[in-house]
Every structure is written in structure tokens, then in C-alpha cells.
Design a protein around this ligand. Structure first.
Ligand code: PMP
Length: 415
């Protein structure tokens, strides 16, 4: 009998037998309130009936179309439908399986399109675990330690982390943009730079929304230097932040958008989108994969888009997100170890800080465990593991949010 490799590190001991809406049920039938959404994936809730029905129907018709061999309708229909939600001008789409793969595809595209090598990433960013995406990832050394050289040509600039430095957002933004200019003047020549890649909300690195002025500053510098702006919307897309795309909180449209997670409600599907004129500069055949744009995953994505539109999940994320943030602030007011509460929409976090001002991972981990014991599933994040994040499905009602907040208050009080 084979055993699962201990390389897997699991955040909770739960064995999930069944999912429905905002809940997971374990093997004993115990109900867990899922404020992880499978790391921001099940935006339509677990097993939304319309997604399930679309998947059933597609599975009985065509499972594997294989887009480099034959074309299939779910992919064509999805491409058409994505036109309704993609930022204006980003009208050319290509499909992969995972966020990491889509990031790699965006890098490949940027290098082909510009003929330049360097990619500037931002400190604390998470872009995936494959060797190229890992090179861009600085959310924690654990993602790269001990695996040897990864993709060359990555330069790193600060992300505006106001709370960490005790600054306000404007100070943090000024610092980050000044350091980026310095990087471009001293180390990473603009003429050698293909792209900036940024998360509109730093995800694994600590749930820190990018100040709009920072994204706008990147846009301005990208235009000035002929550098492409890649928005990694893998975690922030599909309504998560209370806008359809996270970058829409700023006036800064990316040149390349990377999406995955919420796109297909749990089926492995990712995509990059860019203006056709840019995509045309990629070498034909340079992108692809055996399972990319899988027919069942595309059918799930189409149903996902219908559900998001018909149930106004983006609006719901904005409304319930505000309620969640307000509630988290109330809990924090009674608990000095919670130094900061922040986020956009249903992408919220509480950061634990020790009396000396340093990160308090032990307190965050204890609160995370206590919440799980009470039936509230959460995740931690941040380089030091001291940030607890709240990512409920976007179908969460006010009552679900209130229930989660009550469980959180009880968990924190017990630590
Ligand atoms: N980019 C971001 C912003 C992410 O949050 C993640 C996953 N957490 C990835 C890329 C990688 O996606 P995947 O795990 O599907 O490869």
C-alpha cells in the first residue's frame, strides 16, 4: 500500500466528504464553515447546482477536446463570454491549467513581445511554485529554499507594505515607487525589462491591498519605458475583492491579465488575456499543454460566469466584505495582539503583532487552530505566518459572515 508523501503540509486535519455553499462536511457529518474557499477558488460556493449541472452535461458529451489537436465548443463559448468581463482591449485569451502555468505563459509572452529579458516582481509576491513562477515568488523563502537556481532575469522591488513599516499608504507608495526607479536606474535597465508583475492585493505574502497610486505609478512607468504591466489576478479575480478584477480599484489597466482559481469553481483552468496586437507577437505553438482549456473545466467556467452575473456575487462580495471587515475590526479592538485588519471585499485579513512590534506567528497559529476547533476553517499567510485570512465563498450571506465572526471572536478570546 502506498502512502501520501509527507511533503504535503495541510492547514487543518479535516477530511472533506462533501461541500455545499459555504460549508464543508467531514466524514462524521460535522459541518465546517469554509472561510478558505479552497484558497480563493470556490467563489460560487461548493458544488453550486448550476456548475454541477453544466459539468454533468459536458462530461456526458465530451471530456477531453485537446486544443492543440481539435477545437471544442465550450472553449470557444468561454472565450466569447470572457469578453464581457475582461478589461477593455484585453480581447485575446489563452488557456492553461493552473495559476503557475498561466504566470509562466505571461512571462513567455512578455519576453516574446518585447524581446527583453528581465521581469520585475515585488517583494512579498506569490506567483506560483513552478521554476519560473517560483523565481518571481518572494512571499516566503520556503517556496524556493533548497531548490537551486530558478529562472534568471528576475529583479525585485519593494511592495508598499505600510503596516510593516509603520507608515501610511502614501509614504509606503512613495518609497516603493522611488525604489523601483532606483532599481531601473542602477541594476535592471528599462531597455532590458520586459514586464512588471504585480498582485493587486498581495496574497500569500500577507493580504495587503496595493494602494491605487502604486498601481497607477507602475502603469505610468510601464508606459514611459515600454515595459508591460502584468496583473496576477489569480487570487484577486472573479469578484473576490468586490470588483470583478482587483486592479479595478485603481485606474491602471494591465497589458496582460493572469487568472485562475475562481475562473472554474474548482476545476483546473487558468488563462492569460492581452490585447490581440500583443498576443500576436507570441510565437505560434510556444504556448500550450495537454489539458489546457479542458472541455469540462470550460463548461464549469461558463456556468461560473452565469452564477456570478445572475446572483450579483461581485456586489455581494463588496457588501458582505464590508460587514466582515467591520466585524474583524470589532474583534481586534478587544485583542491587542491583532495589530491590523485589512482587505478588499471578501479578501480580508487580521495580522498578529507581538508587544515588541514584531510578527506574532504563535498567536496567529493558535487563533487559527481554535477557529478550526469551533468549525471555522481559515488559512494563515504572510512571510512569518502571522496573518490570518478570511476568504469565504462569494455566495456568503450576512448571516454566514456573522456566524464566522462569532466563531472568530470566540476563538481569539480562548487564546
Ligand atoms: N498567483 C497567485 C496570486 C496565487 O495566489 C497563486 C496560488 N495561491 C498562484 C499564482 C499559483 O497558482 P496555482 O497554485 O494554481 O499554480
Amino acid at each position: 500500500m502506498a502512502k501520501l508523501s509527507p511533503v504535503l503540509k495541510q492547514a487543518t486535519p479535516v477530511l472533506a466528504e462533501r461541500g455545499e455553499g459555504v460549508h464543508l462536511y467531514d466524514e462524521r457529518g460535522r459541518r465546517h464553515l469554509d472561510f478558505t474557499s479552497g484558497i480563493g477558488v470556490t467563489n460560487t460556493g461548493h458544488c453550486h447546482p448550476r456548475v454541477v449541472e453544466a459539468v454533468r452535461a459536458q462530461a456526458g458529451t465530451l471530456i477531453h477536446g485537446q486544443y492543440t489537436t481539435v477545437m471544442h465548443r465550450p472553449l470557444l463559448r468561454l472565450t466569447e463570454r470572457l469578453g464581457d468581463v475582461l478589461p477593455e482591449g484585453l480581447d485575446s485569451v489563452f488557456y492553461l491549467n493552473s495559476g503557475s502555468e498561466a504566470v509562466e505563459a505571461a512571462v513567455r509572452l512578455a519576453r516574446h513581445a518585447t524581446g527583453r529579458q528581465n521581469i520585475v516582481a515585488f517583494q512579498g509576491g506569490f506567483h506560483g511554485r513552478t521554476m519560473g513562477a517560483a523565481a518571481l515568488t518572494t512571499a516566503g523563502t520556503k517556496f524556493r529554499a533548497g531548490i537551486g537556481p530558478v529562472m534568471p532575469g528576475r529583479a525585485l522591488a519593494p511592495f508598499p507594505q505600510a503596516y510593516r513599516y509603520g507608515w501610511d499608504e502614501d509614504e509606503a507608495t512613495r518609497f516603493a515607487l522611488r525604489e523601483l526607479d532606483h532599481l531601473l536606474a542602477t541594476d535592471c535597465s528599462p531597455g532590458d525589462t520586459a514586464a512588471f508583475i504585480v498582485e493587486p492585493v498581495l496574497g500569500e505574502g500577507g493580504y495587503i491591498p496595493a494602494p491605487p497610486a502604486f498601481l497607477e505609478g507602475l502603469r505610468e512607468r510601464a508606459d514611459r519605458h515600454g515595459v508591460l504591466l502584468i496583473a496576477d489576478e489569480v487570487q484577486t479575480g472573479f469578484g473576490r475583492t468586490g470588483r470583478f478584477w482587483g486592479h479595478q480599484h485603481a485606474s491602471a489597466r494591465p497589458d496582460v491579465l493572469v487568472t485562475a482559481k475562481g475562473l472554474a469553481s474548482g476545476f483546473p483552468l487558468s488563462a492569460i488575456a492581452a490585447p490581440a496586437a500583443l498576443m500576436e507577437r507570441a510565437r505560434p505553438g510556444s504556448q500550450g499543454g495537454t489539458y489546457g482549456g479542458n472541455a469540462v473545466a470550460c463548461a464549469a467556467a461558463l456556468a461560473t460566469l452565469d452564477v456570478i452575473r445572475d446572483e450579483d456575487l461581485v456586489g455581494n462580495a463588496a457588501r458582505t466584505g464590508e460587514r466582515l471587515q467591520e466585524g474583524l475590526r470589532k474583534v481586534a479592538a478587544d485583542h491587542p495582539r491583532i495589530g491590523d485588519v485589512r482587505g478588499l471585499g471578501l479578501m480580508q485579513a487580521a495580522e498578529f503583532t507581538a508587544p515588541d512590534g514584531g510578527p506574532d506567528a504563535a498567536a496567529a497559529q493558535a487563533a487559527h487552530r481554535a477557529a478550526a476547533e469551533r468549525g471555522l476553517l481559515l488559512l494563515t499567510c504572510g512571510a512569518y505566518g502571522n496573518v490570518v485570512r478570511f476568504i469565504p465563498p462569494l455566495v456568503a450571506t450576512e448571516a454566514d459572515i456573522d456566524e464566522g465572526l462569532a466563531l472568530w471572536a470566540s476563538a481569539v478570546a480562548a487564546c
